[in-house]
Design a protein around this ligand. Structure first.
Ligand code: OGA
Ligand code: MN
Length: 212
């Protein structure tokens, strides 16, 4: 039976980590049954062929997109199409209020998509703010993988220093883990995995200039 989750925001300690370091990793953010349900929904969408090849930013290079970014994605609509999706969006709305309260970011909306990376697929080093589009303020990635092992690869590599490639943290995509980081600060990439890698990836956004 579906139950509404109560764990809807993050602790002060986690907020402080976000303020101090610009990122924070929260394990077991949501109960395992909810993670399992969201994972199944992502797989079902993929198997039904309604996900599409993700694209990249505005200033496209001539590279084949799948070499830069190999995931298939499906955008959630505002209401969510299942109780778990709706719950997740409510949880993120509560988190948005908490973030606004603490950081005065003026976050206005949350957008998110399921992402499925087949084995070997990557997303090369990038920033989540595109040129001329700074609305994305905070990236929130919820991982939906069962029993992920170190050997499975697929880490999110977060570069801590813009000018230094050697300084990074690797974050394994463990089911139930939520990674939060400042979208405009950290270059990051998704390393190839041995297994299918599933996530629900989103962004807290400020209002775009056009719609102000
Ligand atoms: C993205 C992204 C990271 C991840 O979709 O922009 O960087 O760990 N995802 O899935
Ligand atoms: Mn990204």
């Amino acid at each position: 039976m579906h139950t509404t989750i109560t764990c809807d925001t993050i602790t002060n300690h986690q907020l402080e980590a976000l303020a101090e370091h610009g990122y924070t990793i929260i394990d077991n953010y949501l109960p395992p049954p909810m993670i399992a349900a969201l994972q199944q929904q992502a797989i079902r969408l993929r198997d039904a062929g309604i996900m599409h090849q993700a694209s990249i930013g505005k200033d496209e290079t001539n590279r084949i997109i799948s070499e830069v970014r190999g995931d298939s994605i499906y955008w959630l609509d505002d209401a969510g199409q299942t109780p778990e999706q709706t719950d997740y969006l409510h949880t993120m709305q509560a988190l948005q209020e908490q973030l606004n309260h603490c950081f005065f970011l003026g976050l206005f909306e949350f957008e998110c998509h399921f992402a499925v990376y087949d084995p070997g697929a990557v997303y090369l080093k990038h920033l989540d703010q595109f040129k001329g589009q700074q609305e994305r303020q905070i990236t929130a990635v919820l991982y939906l993988n069962d029993d992920w092992q170190q050997d499975d690869g697929g880490a999110l590599r977060l570069y801590l220093n813009e000018s230094e490639n050697a300084v990074f943290v690797d974050i394994a995509p463990l089911g139930g883990r939520l990674a939060l980081f400042l979208s405009g600060r950290f270059y990051h990439e998704v390393l190839p995995a041995q297994r299918t890698r599933i996530s629900l990836t989103g962004w807290f956004r400020t209002r775009s200039l056009e719609s102000r």
